[in-house]
Write a protein that binds this ligand. Structure first.
Ligand SMILES: Cc1ncc(COP(=O)(O)O)c(C=O)c1O
Length: 351
């Protein structure tokens, strides 16, 4: 085994609803609000699409996911040669790291962000610089200060998981203006479809000026397809060609591709999800402990508390499984019924 893998551990999923019920003696339904999934599920059209392709399970998918690539190309108005699909962004992040990093290279990212940038860099024996957040936000200037000749990749997450905070179009533009153009800046926009802020970056537009700005998107979150494992990167064609060499030939399943096609077509459903989520998000922010929350543009809210485990347990007691962090609890926004229950808990809880 590679020596550096010894310092990592396998992904810890947290207890399942069944195990939690046993451990805490909980009766009644438990809702999983720990992984930022879309509780409403995908568009109903997705199920129809999957059902109509059930006879093809014995065949490998077409390599490179050409149908969904074509559809995304039209949807975003970018050439298909600039898009690469993975079995979720998890695999896209793995492929990029595998293709680009060797021992001694450096990546720069933030503290308290999506863990897979770090994890995959360590597997490749790269050094990871994690710049602390500034008041809960990515510190883009701090990140700039860490970029040097050894830097091979910069990972940004916008909006950020687990804080939910975002940086604006002008901030990203100002940042890209200062990064040397040979260093890829990868912006993970896994939650972009939930964003309602008007000044959120148009990263696709910025790509026209900054060919080193790469963009990650997924069908796992607002599109409700976390179980299907499909996500993609939009980047410079040369980068896509290189990453494609190490892509496993049949990495995205056949049904995943059909599911994503149907989900993409139903933009009305996506609008419904965005609006419903934004309404519910506001309910959390309306409580008088607003200062304890990071600002969120996503389908989750992060509550800062010195007693994360107690808060986690209090939320569990009203049937909601959330995710505990050393400095707080991340709550995926659920159906109104669960949100209302969690809000009542938060009102009474001494953070
Ligand atoms: C910021 C961010 N990037 C990537 C992922 C991975 O998404 P996928 O399901 O597409 O692998 C997640 C999942 O939680 C995420 O929060």
């Amino acid at each position: 085994m590679k020596k550096q893998i010894e310092q990592l551990s396998a992904y810890e999923p947290g207890l399942s609803p069944r195990a939690l019920k046993e451990t805490y003696g909980i009766e009644g339904e438990l809702y999983k609000l720990a992984s930022n999934e879309n509780l409403y599920g995908p568009s109903p059209k997705v199920k129809e699409a999957i059902q109509s392709h059930l006879e093809e399970l014995n065949f490998y998918p077409e390599t490179g996911s050409p149908m969904i690539k074509e559809a995304i190309s039209k949807h975003l108005n970018v050439e298909p040669s600039r898009i690469l699909f993975g079995a979720g962004l998890d695999e896209v992040i793995l492929m990029i790291s595998r293709a680009m990093l060797t021992a001694g290279d450096k990546i720069v990212t933030s503290e308290m962000t999506f863990g897979q940038y770090y994890h995959n860099a360590v597997v490749e024996a790269a050094t990871v610089v994690q710049v602390p957040l500034k008041d809960g936000y990515f510190d883009l200037n701090g990140i700039l200060n860490e970029i040097d000749d050894e830097t091979k990749l910069v990972w940004l997450c916008n909006p950020n998981n687990p804080t939910g905070t975002y940086f604006t179009h002008e901030e990203l533009k100002g940042f890209l203006e200062q990064v040397p153009s040979h260093i890829p800046v990868i912006v993970d926009e896994a939650y972009v479809e939930f964003v309602t802020a008007q000044d959120f970056p148009d990263t696709l537009a910025l790509q026209q000026q900054f060919s080193n700005a790469f963009l990650l998107r997924t069908f796992s979150k607002a599109y409700g397809l976390a179980g299907m494992r499909i996500g993609y990167v939009v980047a410079a064609q040369e980068a896509i060609e290189q990453w494609n060499i190490i892509r496993p030939p049949f990495n995205v399943g056949r049904l995943s591709e059909y599911a994503a096609l149907a989900a993409l077509e139903d933009q009305d459903y996506l609008t419904f999800i965005r609006e419903r989520n934004a309404e519910e998000r506001e309910k959390f922010f309306a409580i008088d402990k607003r200062d304890a929350f990071f600002d969120s543009q996503t389908n989750f809210v992060f509550v800062n508390t010195s007693k994360p485990h107690e808060l986690y347990e209090a939320l569990l007691n009203v049937g909601c499984i959330t995710r505990e962090f050393p400095n707080g609890v991340r709550i995926t926004i659920g159906f109104p019924e669960q949100n209302d229950k969690m809000i009542e808990v938060l009102k009474d809880f001494e953070l």
